[in-house]
Design a protein around this ligand. Structure first.
Ligand code: FAD
Length: 389
């Protein structure tokens, strides 16, 4: 089989890229390890930035999202039993966050791609990349029926997440890896509980951070800071609710947390990881395949989509004019935004966590939050970074 582009992975990065280049008349095949049901029901991120939504909308890919997503322009911080809100939308160009679960984004992008005649192979295995520095790289895989198949392409887009096959296909020594373990982990909880808040809550407590994120009218996501090495099974459902009640507690308020059935409990490794450059020969890395960011600041899915939009522009330019300018600057263009997001996320990590082993950092976090509560200038900078530059 021959295609212009072989896309590995049907997450937000791969599916956005596939739709965008297909609209430019560039043919591609998408190879996905999971089944369609699996990728369409996998809950992960839930926040899209204004910029991502505008990009999807300009390609006719945001119809359901614009109808169904909740708009958010305010978030809440809690420290020492007191709450304050930051109306970030008012502080930055009326830009909003759109709360729309990642699996719904994936569902919409798959439907749009297939409706327009796109080719996705689900449930593939043993994907292998070859001849990446030649003008015709090849990708081999085993189909769901057990048949070994291959595609020869002009370009390969590695959109297969952090544990995919694309990045490890690059010879050792080519990539520079930047990695940071934040010294904490999050217990991520998904509960069939209606939201207890209209705005996302970030709470700094002596026991550690607690977060209340929004997903839908019936489902909420919660996070609890836990020590490195914690297993999800270490926490019973009762302990989870007890800790959430304690860490979100407010003095002088009748605010209450609504409980519900816990449907997912997992530990998130709070790690940052970036590789440079984000390309090798004719292989381009996108999204989590090239960079992992903590969920603090909700940047991961948005960075993945930005990479896809950037590569799509470069490929469209290449096929229209033969110019390789966009392909050559792809990595630098993406990395500028990636590092800006990493810097913001790290700043925010330091503001909302307690370093149990070093109370000094807990006090710094408290000082930073108090500064945010008091200073309009500090809030404006937060707003610009939070809702997306
Ligand atoms: P992925 O979504 O990981 O997609 C990669 C795809 O490649 C997958 O479908 C996978 O099955 C497939 N694949 C893997 N290996 C192979 C292979 N060998 N062959 C073929 N296919 C393969 N981000 C935010 O912006 N906001 C948030 O609030 C947020 N919350 C999160 C909460 C959780 C619990 C998690 C886990 C992540 C969260 N993120 C968040 C991060 C966000 O989900 C990721 O950044 C995003 O999924 C990256 O998209 P991607 O397309 O690069 O990778």
């Amino acid at each position: 089989m021959k295609r212009a582009v072989a896309v590995i992975g049907a997450g937000p990065a791969g599916l956005t890229l596939a739709n965008l280049i297909q609209q430019s008349g560039i043919d591609c095949v998408v190879l996905e390890r999971g089944s369609r049901t699996h990728v369409e029901t996998r809950p992960r991120a839930g926040v899209l930035e204004h910029r991502s939504v505008t990009m999807l909308e300009s390609h006719g890919l945001a119809d359901r999202l614009l109808m169904e997503a909740d708009r958010h322009g305010t978030c809440e911080f809690r420290v020492n039993g007191q709450a304050f809100q930051v109306a970030y939308s008012d502080l930055y160009d009326d830009r909003l966050h759109y709360v729309y679960p990642q699996q719904e984004v994936v569902k919409d992008l798959i439907a749009a791609f297939l409706d327009a005649g796109g080719d996705i192979r689900f449930s593939v295995s043993d994907v292998e990349l070859r001849d990446l520095t030649s003008s015709h790289p090849t990708v081999d895989w085993t189909s769901a029926d057990g048949v070994r198949e291959a595609v020869t392409a002009d370009f390969v887009a590695g959109c297969d997440g952090f544990h995919g096959v694309s990045r490890p296909s690059i010879p050792e020594g080519v990539l520079t890896e930047f990695t940071h373990q934040h010294g904490i982990e999050w217990l991520a909880i998904l509960a069939e509980a209606p939201p207890s808040t209209k705005a996302i809550i970030y709470a700094l407590h002596a026991d550690g951070f607690a977060g209340h994120m929004l997903r839908s009218p019936t489902v909420s996501r919660f996070y609890l800071q836990v020590p490195v090495g914690t297993k999800a099974s270490d926490w019973s459902d009762e302990q989870v609710w007890e800790a959430l009640h304690k860490r979100f507690a407010l003095h002088d308020s009748n605010w209450a947390l609504t409980e519900g059935k816990i449907i997912e409990k997992r530990v998130l490794d709070m790690r940052s990881h970036v590789v440079e450059p984000m390309s090798y020969g004719r292989l381009y890395l996108l999204g989590d395949a090239a960079h992992i960011i903590t969920p603090v600041g909700a940047k991961g899915m948005n960075l993945a989509m930005n990479d896809a939009a950037t590569l799509s522009r470069a490929l469209t330019e290449f096929y229209a004019t033969g110019s390789e300018t966009g392909l050559k600057t792809y990595s630098d263009d993406c990395l500028r935004r990636v590092w800006r997001a990493q810097e913001f996320s790290q700043w925010m990590v330091n503001m909302i966590h307690t370093d149990v082993s070093s109370p000094f950092f807990g006090r710094l976090a408290q000082a930073r939050l108090e500064h945010l509560a008091e200073s309009p200038a500090y809030r404006a900078t937060f707003a610009e970074n939070y809702v997306g530059p």
